[in-house]
Ligand binder design. Structure first.
Ligand code: ATP
Ligand code: MG
Length: 437
C-alpha cells in the first residue's frame, strides 16, 4: 500500500478528550473515530489490526476443538425472562422495541441465546462435550465509557460456551479454554496472568480473569514474577496435563487489590520476585454448571436415560479492547511497536524524496514490487515530506521494520532498522531474508 493512497487521517494535535496513551494514539493515527460516547468507527488501520487479533483468537479456539458460529446482536427478551436475568441485568442492558411492540435487546453477552440454540437441538449425552463460540459485537450501556476502545459501549468480543454431562467433564473443557487463552496471549506477545476472580453477574463458582500488565490498567496487581516461567507449550494436550497446568498456575501468588494482604505477599513471595503493578483485563472465563440450563430446561439424557441439566461454562476475550491494551503494554519512549503477529504492515519503506529528485522513490517502488512478490506486506511512504517528520509519523504508526532509502544507502544496499534499535546497512536479499523470518 502507498501511504498517499491509504485512508489514514493522522492528526498532529493531541486529542484533549483522551487521557491515556492508547486512546490518544488510536485517535492520532486515525485508527478509530468516535461516533458518539463510547461508540466508535474502526478506520482501515485500526480495523486491519483488530482483524489480525481476531484471527489469532479464532485459530487458538479452533485448535482446542471449539466450533465457530454466529449469533445475532439483537435478542428477544423472552429467553432472558426464562433465565431470570432480564430484571437483574439492570441499566447496562440496552432495551429496544420492534414495531409490534416486542421487547428486544442488544446482547451484552450470549448465555441465554446459546442455551436456547442448544436445548432445541441436542438431547443426548452422546453429542457431548461441545464448545461453540462466536466473535460478535456486544453492547453494554456503561455508565462511564472511557479510555477509548478499552471501556466502551459497543465492543467486539469472542465468547465461547462449553456443554458437558458432569461437573468433572466440564472442568476439562474449562482447562482446555484456560490453555487456549494462554496460547492466544503468547501469540500476541503479551504477558497475561490468569487470576482467580469473582464471578459477578454471570454467576458460578470457578472463574479466572486474564490480566495483562500495564501501568494504566484499572486493577492493581500483586504477583510473583515466576508466574511468567510457566509455559503452556511444556504441557501435553490431554486432560491430566492440562489439569496439572492449571494447578501449577494456581500455586503461584497473583491477586488483585480486593484479595491483597501484605502479610501473605511477603510470606509467599520472595522480595526480589514481587511485582506490584496495574493490569488490564483482556479475558474472563467462568464455570457456572447449570445456572442457565436449569431454569431454561436445557436437558440431556444421560447414559441411563435419566434427564439432567447440561453443565455449562462461558469464556470471553475482549477483541476490540485488546487493540488498546496492546498499545498500553507496548508503547515505549514515544514509539509504538506492534507485535509482528498483528502489525498492520510487515515493513515500511521510507525514501527520502524531494521535488527535483525522485530517484529514491523509484528505488523504493522497485523494492516494494520485489517484496510484494514474496508476499511481504509493505507500506511505501511516498509522501513528499522531510525525513524527520516521516520518522515521527512512523514511530506513531508502529510498523516494526523500516527500509530507509537516503544518504546512507549505496547501490543496492539499504538502511534497515527494527524500531527501538540501531539500523544496519544490508543488501535487499538479506533484508528479504530477515523479513521472511
Ligand atoms: P470489566 O470487569 O472490565 O467490566 P466484565 O467482567 O464485565 O469486564 P466480561 O463479561 O467478563 O467483562 O467480558 C469479557 C471480556 O470482554 C472482558 O474480559 C473484556 O476484555 C471485554 N469487555 C467487557 N466489557 C467491555 C467494555 N465495556 N468495553 C470493551 N471491552 C469490554
Ligand atoms: Mg470480568
Amino acid at each position: 500500500m502507498y501511504l498517499s493512497k491509504l485512508f489514514i487521517p493522522i492528526t498532529k494535535d493531541l486529542p484533549t478528550e483522551a487521557k491515556i496513551k492508547s486512546h490518544q494514539l488510536m485517535l492520532r493515527t486515525g485508527m478509530i473515530k468516535q461516533s458518539s460516547a463510547g461508540i466508535y468507527s474502526w478506520l482501515p488501520l485500526g480495523y486491519k489490526i483488530m482483524k489480525k487479533i481476531e484471527q489469532i483468537v479464532r485459530e487458538e479456539q479452533n485448535s482446542i476443538g471449539a466450533q465457530e458460529m454466529l449469533m445475532p446482536t439483537i435478542q428477544s427478551s423472552e429467553i432472558w425472562k426464562e433465565s431470570g436475568r432480564y430484571d437483574d441485568y439492570g441499566e447496562e442492558m440496552l432495551r429496544i422495541q420492534d414495531r409490534q411492540g416486542r421487547e428486544m435487546l442488544y446482547g451484552p453477552t450470549n448465555e441465554e441465546l446459546i442455551t436456547d440454540v442448544f436445548r432445541s437441538s441436542v438431547k443426548s449425552y452422546k453429542s457431548l462435550p461441545q464448545i461453540l463460540y462466536h466473535i460478535q459485537w456486544k453492547f453494554r450501556d456503561e455508565i462511564r465509557p472511557r479510555f477509548g476502545v478499552m471501556r466502551c459501549k459497543e465492543f467486539y468480543m469472542k465468547d465461547a460456551y462449553s456443554f458437558d454431562l458432569s461437573d468433572e467433564e466440564a472442568k476439562k473443557s474449562y482447562n482446555k479454554m484456560f490453555y487456549s487463552y494462554l496460547k492466544t496471549f503468547n501469540r500476541l506477545d503479551l504477558k497475561a496472568i490468569p487470576m482467580a476472580a469473582d464471578t459477578g453477574p454471570i454467576g458460578g463458582d470457578l472463574s479466572h480473569e486474564f490480566v495483562i500488565l500495564a501501568e494504566t490498567g484499572e486493577s492493581k496487581i500483586y504477583a510473583d514474577k515466576n508466574i511468567f516461567e510457566i509455559d503452556p507449550d511444556r504441557y501435553k494436550f490431554d486432560d491430566l496435563s492440562l489439569k496439572k497446568m492449571r494447578e501449577d498456575f494456581t500455586r503461584i501468588y497473583a491477586v488483585t487489590d480486593e484479595k491483597f494482604k501484605k502479610e501473605d505477599f511477603n510470606k509467599f513471595v520472595k522480595k526480589e520476585d514481587q511485582i506490584t503493578t496495574k493490569g488490564i483485563e483482556v479475558g474472563h472465563i467462568f464455570y457456572f454448571s447449570d445456572k442457565y440450563s436449569k431454569p431454561m430446561n436445557c436437558l440431556i439424557d444421560d447414559k441411563d436415560g435419566k434427564k439432567t441439566s447440561v453443565k455449562m461454562g462461558s469464556y470471553g476475550i475482549g477483541v476490540s479492547r485488546l487493540v488498546g491494551a496492546i498499545i498500553e503494554a507496548k508503547y515505549n519512549n514515544d514509539v509504538m511497536k506492534w507485535p509482528k503477529s498483528i502489525s498492520p504492515f510487515d515493513v515500511v519503506i521510507i525514501p527520502s524524496i524531494s521535488k527535483n529528485n525522485k530517484e529514491n522513490l523509484h528505488k523504493a517502488e522497485k523494492i516494494y514490487q520485489e517484496l510484494k512478490k514474496q508476499n511481504i506486506d509493505a507500506l511505501l511512504d511516498d509522501v513528499d515530506e522531510n525525513m524527520s517528520n516521516k520518522f515521527k509519523k512512523h514511530d506513531l504508526i508502529g510498523v516494526p521494520y523500516q527500509i530507509i532509502i537516503g544518504s546512507k544507502s549505496v547501490a543496492d544496499n539499504f538502511e534497515f532498522k527494527e524500531l527501538n534499535s540501531q539500523s544496519e546497512i544490508l543488501s535487499l536479499e538479506k533484508i528479504k531474508l530477515k523479513l521472511k523470518n
